[in-house]
Design a protein around this ligand. Structure first.
Ligand SMILES: Nc1ncnc2c1ncn2[C@@H]1O[C@H](COP(=O)(O)OP(=O)(O)OP(=O)(O)O)[C@@H](O)[C@H]1O
Ligand SMILES: [Mg+2]
Length: 510
């Protein structure tokens, strides 16, 4: 029996004269987990948005459970049981988890939460098993937690088709595994999941069928059973390719003065006893699970969170505990944060000023921006990373997720910093772009820049770093030479440490 939940026939879509989707034909079987893969900008999110009612097709037909729909809004889509979890999360930061999960539901038309909502939340929590506190404010939560709230929102709406656009992009392997178990439970209840991701391992392990897209077209749709990572990548790129890690330049000799040095640093954000050094030309990884304090170390180095005790020196100069971001930037510290929407890009602007934003001091004279120089630098980075669209004045807000990430990275690359901190630099980017980001990191190190790398993908940190600090529970508990560390070893040490920590501590929170 092949019951079709969603059928696209000859769907096309243009924006401002640019064709972004061409003759899209896809059948998505009811109760299946259907993957969409393709390079950045291939059109995956746009297909999701057409199914979810966010974009309307210019041509072609969308059928939902056998019925053709025309011009339907996200609300209409929801009425037909379709919910979309966006790549760029869309929660209301000022509200709590509970409010975000239930507001806007039919039963809450007045805009107020009802008495039964807390009970309903707990029932949902039984299904989802996310361990979320219903009263936490979204603004105070990490991106991984927010992603879980989005997923709960869709489930609360009793969706029968859920489009998940990069759902695991900020989850740890363990959290991703739990999401996949949840997807299996949804599937058992005949829910259809459309799963967009760049993690091919996750796709191979959890999806039934896959549609591969390139340049706004469907290349093919097939059963996952016959696929491998390489077969997917070959179709995505349209050529045979190898997935490989670049060769690191030799680890630089320890010099007298590290670029940055922390001694027994503690912060109000929960770090304690952080002691680290990074030398010029060295790539140092922070190895730990989400929540272990890696991003907090990055923020402290960047002057974004005050230091409450300990010593922090940049280039041998001891910093005030009230070090502020502009002062850190002035001393050559650059930071590409984890959450590009909130902290990185000015979405209302075009590519060019977004790229030059961080280095204005160097391209402006007497308060005037040297537009020629600004343009040529932006051009160089667009070519280097293959940013699409390649127009210097493209509106960043409309770029695909991966291309926004590349713009963000370029912003710091135009100026050679002394320390470049990268928090999840390759999240959401495709394989080709990932490799150009890796090459870029190595090029920076070869030019004497110190690099601090954070990635939830342990394989990435370990393969790209000279040295690593192992973190757990806001502390660095060990240092390791990454050249003779394996992912398995690192994971084991982290879990062992976590076990030791929780055994040695009073449990205060349920
Ligand atoms: N609202 C819009 N206005 C203009 N262009 C758009 C809009 N939405 C999408 N596009 C363009 O359509 C193309 C496909 O984008 P889409 O977001 O679907 O890619 P994607 O496959 O999801 O990529 P990624 O892996 O980077 O998320 C891109 O070139 C993008 O710039
Ligand atoms: Mg996308």
């Amino acid at each position: 029996m092949t019951d079709i939940a969603i059928r696209l026939r000859g769907v096309a879509k243009s924006f401002g004269g640019m064709r972004i989707l061409n003759d899209i034909n896809i059948d998505i079987e009811k109760g299946s987990v259907h993957a969409l893969v393709g390079e950045n900008g291939a059109g995956k999110s746009s297909v999701g948005k057409i199914i979810g009612g966010y974009y309307s097709a210019d041509e072609g037909v969308v059928e939902v459970f056998g019925e053709a729909v025309t011009r339907f809004s996200p609300r209409d889509a929801l009425g037909r049981g379709i919910a979309m979890i966006h790549q760029e999360l869309q929660l209301v930061p000022e509200l709590t988890v509970l409010e975000n999960v239930f507001l806007g539901l039919e039963s809450n038309t007045a805009g107020f939460l009802r008495k039964g909502d807390l009970a309903r939340f707990h029932a949902l929590e039984e299904t989802c098993d996310f361990g979320l506190n219903p009263h936490s404010r979204i603004a105070d939560m990490r991106i991984a937690e927010r992603q879980k709230v989005e997923i709960m929102r869709a489930i609360a709406r009793e969706a029968r088709v859920i489009i998940m656009d990069e759902p695991t992009s900020s989850l740890t392997e363990d959290e991703a595994e739990r999401l996949h178990q949840l997807i299996a439970r949804l599937k058992a209840r005949d829910v259809t999941v459309i799963y967009v991701s760049h993690f091919l391992d996750h796709i191979l392990a959890n999806c039934d069928r896959v549609t591969i897209m390139r340049d706004g077209k469907v290349i093919r749709t097939d059963a996952i059973a016959g696929e491998t990572k390489n077969s997917l990548v070959d179709s995505m790129l349209g050529e045979a390719s190898e997935i490989s890690w670049p060769t690191l330049p030799p680890r630089p000799a320890e010099q007298a003065t590290p670029i940055v040095e922390m001694e027994n640093v503690a912060t109000a954000t929960g770090l304690s006893d952080i002691t680290l050094k990074i030398f010029p030309g060295e790539i140092v990884g922070l190895i730990g699970l989400v929540g272990s304090g890696r991003s907090e170390v990055a923020r402290a180095l960047f002057g974004a969170d005050p230091i409450v005790s300990g010593r922090y020196a940049i280039g041998g100069v001891v910093q005030s505990r009230r070090l502020k971001v502009p002062r850190a930037i002035a001393q050559g510290i650059a930071f590409v944060p984890e959450d590009r929407r909130k902290q990185g890009l000015v979405l209302t602007q075009t590519t060019r000023p977004n790229i030059s934003l961080a280095s204005l001091g160097n391209i402006s004279r007497h308060g005037f921006i040297n537009h020629g120089l600004e343009r040529s630098r932006a051009r160089k980075m667009i070519d280097h990373f293959g940013i699409v669209p390649s127009a210097i004045d493209g509106k960043v807000a409309f770029y695909s997720g991966g291309n926004q990430q590349k713009v963000l990275l370029s912003k710091w690359a135009v100026e050679k910093p002394r320390l470049l901190i990268l928090d999840e630099p390759s999240r959401g980017v495709d394989i080709g772009a990932r490799q150009s980001i890796h090459e870029f990191i190595i090029e920076m190190a070869e030019n004497g820049v110190a690099v601090l790398l954070i990635s939830s993908e342990l394989e990435e940190v370990i393969n790209l770093s000279h040295r690593g600090y192992l973190m757990s529970d806001g502390r660095i508990f060990a240092e390791t030479d990454c050249r003779d560390t394996t992912v398995d070893e690192a994971l084991h040490r982290i879990f062992e440490e976590q076990g030791a920590v929780s055994r040695g501590k009073e449990v205060t929170q349920p």
